[in-house]
Design a protein around this ligand. Structure first.
Ligand code: HEM
Length: 510
């Protein structure tokens, strides 16, 4: 386990032994729950809606802490036949909304009604709070009038065909370098975990695209840090420890705890090093087109050289959390599914051999089978498998069959994975890998939201998809790949991962 992660989790659990710390924390939370929120605990919060009861006072907290939010969410979905159910977790009310129409309604709420963090003055266990403490502000928690401008800046940079066409040759070059690295000079190699290679490809890609970092092979430190941030953001303990500190006024709302501040120092060091790379690049290439981070900066009020705008600087932090694993996991799951489904691999190889994969337009829009594979991967294994919103203003959930009034402070959990895989929406073969379902005029009425939905959906999905496609096809063009084990399963952490490393034997095709 990475040292910072261990330190942070240790801080969350206290320096004394695990069980004493757990008991102490539970006791404190009971006190918090009893003293502050007695009224919430003693009433039926959502009349007529199935409630997952758990244990007295703590509610579903033991499940949440022992098995994590995805497991609790699974239990809630199982009892919520009409697409909604809830549980108390001490003073928090967690509502699982898992009917497509209701999910769309919640994701369409304006920020006055619901946001990712909720009211910063009111403690909630939204993982986005933890994220803010770890990496500072980012577009994830922006609210207010400038948000749509900032979203548009991202969209222009990452979701526009023109700007992705400009990035294509860099993506292809780094993909080929990373593919070549798997075997070095050899014809065959055993790769312990292809996910590590795919993540490293993404890190190198970001390093070059954002900062002009010419060292395309070094991903280790960034990868470790990014892994730590992702793990902590989805772990309940930082929230518990933080809520206790907040209760005793040991920390200012929104500010990091001591250990979190240490992690931020590490983040700052990585960012500083990246910025040095950018400055070196700009000095050596004064007439070259601006690197992406500089572009983001200029579009948000920064100069063409010198310090970055606040928005661009914040993206450098956010980039440590998002962007590597999501691309890496797309590629990894694709390799697993293609290995399990050789007939799909055969069709894909035929398509790869029939187009010029060095041409952006071909890869971007003339490879329908490759597109269908990536969509099917995003359906079956959506990297962001769930999200949540915190209710800020009382509102009625109109798409619900029974009357539901959502109250301020409630946490609304939304499982994309459930929407994507439930036989209720996708039929009896919903768990089967079938790229064909996304060919031609496919049925768009089925719930498919791997990049979110509504006003706060993903602003980087076209770049991410292009990068995943290019690395996947580069690997397949270069090698025959054999995934060594065939029992890979999904692990629902902050992101949707594999339960174990994905070992692959790669042999040069020619
Ligand atoms: C396969 C790769 C990716 C997946 C599966 C993915 C998925 C998502 C999802 C599901 C959301 C909405 C979350 C919610 O509803 O709370 C989201 C939001 C977001 N994504 Fe992505 N994403 C990917 C890649 C990227 C990349 C490469 C970037 C960076 C350019 C990015 C930047 C963002 C940002 C900034 C938001 C928040 C937007 C806002 O709140 O206005 N994503 N992403």
């Amino acid at each position: 386990m990475d040292t910072t992660l261990r330190e942070a989790l240790q801080e969350s659990m206290g320096s004394i032994s695990h069980s004493i710390a757990v008991t102490a924390a539970l006791g404190l939370l009971m006190i918090l729950g009893l003293v502050t929120f007695r009224s919430v605990m003693s009433e039926i919060v959502l009349p007529g809606i199935p409630q997952f009861k758990g244990v007295p006072i703590l509610g579903a907290m033991p499940i949440y802490f022992k098995h994590g939010m995805p497991q609790l969410l699974g239990s809630l979905i199982a009892i919520g036949e009409d697409g909604i159910s809830y549980a108390n977790v001490v003073n928090n009310v967690l509502v699982s909304v898992h009917d497509p129409a209701m999910v769309k309604e919640v994701l369409s709420y304006p920020e006055e009604i619901a946001s990712r963090e909720g009211d910063i003055g009111r403690m909630s266990w939204s993982p986005f709070w933890t994220l803010r403490r770890l990496i500072g502000e980012s577009l994830f928690n922006y609210v207010g009038p400038d948000t749509s401008h900032h979203r548009n800046v991202f969209i222009r940079e990452f979701n526009s065909t023109k700007s992705n066409a400009e990035k294509f040759s860099t993506i292809s070059q780094i993909a080929q370098e990373h593919a070549n690295m798997l075997t070095g000079q050899a014809k065959v190699a055993e790769v312990d975990n292809i996910r590590y290679s795919a993540d490293n490809f993404a890190i190198a890609l970001w390093g070059e695209t954002l900062y002009g970092n010419p060292h395309h092979y070094i991903g280790g430190r960034v990868l470790d840090l990014s892994e730590t941030i992702i793990t902590l953001a989805g772990n309940p303990w930082p929230s518990v420890w933080y809520s206790i500190q907040l209760f005793f006024k040991m920390v200012t709302p929104g500010e990091p705890t001591r250990t979190e501040a240490k992690l931020r120092e590490k983040v700052a060091k990585v960012i500083e090093a990246n910025f040095e790379k950018l400055e070196a690049y700009e000095k050596a290439n004064p007439d070259a087109p601006l690197k992406t981070i500089r572009n983001l900066s200029v579009m948000t009020g920064g100069g063409r050289t010198g310090p970055l705008s606040k928005f661009a600087a914040e993206f450098t932090n956010l980039n440590l959390f998002g962007g590597h694993h999501s691309i890496g996991l797309n590629v990894t799951w694709s390799l697993i599914e293609l290995d399990n489904n050789p007939e799909c691999l055969k069709k894909l190889m035929a398509e790869i051999d029939s187009v010029d994969t060095n041409d952006f337009t071909s890869v971007n829009s003339k490879m329908p089978y490759l597109d269908a594979i990536i969509m099917e991967i995003n359906r079956l294994h959506p990297t962001v498998h769930a999200t949540l919103r915190v209710i800020n203003r009382e509102t009625k959930l109109t798409a619900s069959k029974k009357p539901v009034v959502l109250k301020p402070g409630m946490l609304i959990y939304l499982s994309y994975l459930h929407l994507h895989t439930s036989p209720e929406f996708w039929g009896p073969d919903s768990y089967k890998f079938m790229p064909e379902r996304f060919l031609g005029n496919y049925d768009k009425s089925k719930p498919f939201m791997s990049f979110g939905y509504g006003p706060r959906n993903c602003v980087g999905y076209k770049f991410a998809t292009l990068a995943a496609k290019v690395y996947l096809l580069t690997l397949l063009k270069t090698y025959d790949l054999q995934v060594k084990e065939h029992d890979h399963e999904m692990k629902l952490g902050t992101l949707l991962e594999t339960t174990k490393p994905v070992a692959v034997k790669v042999s040069h095709r020619f």
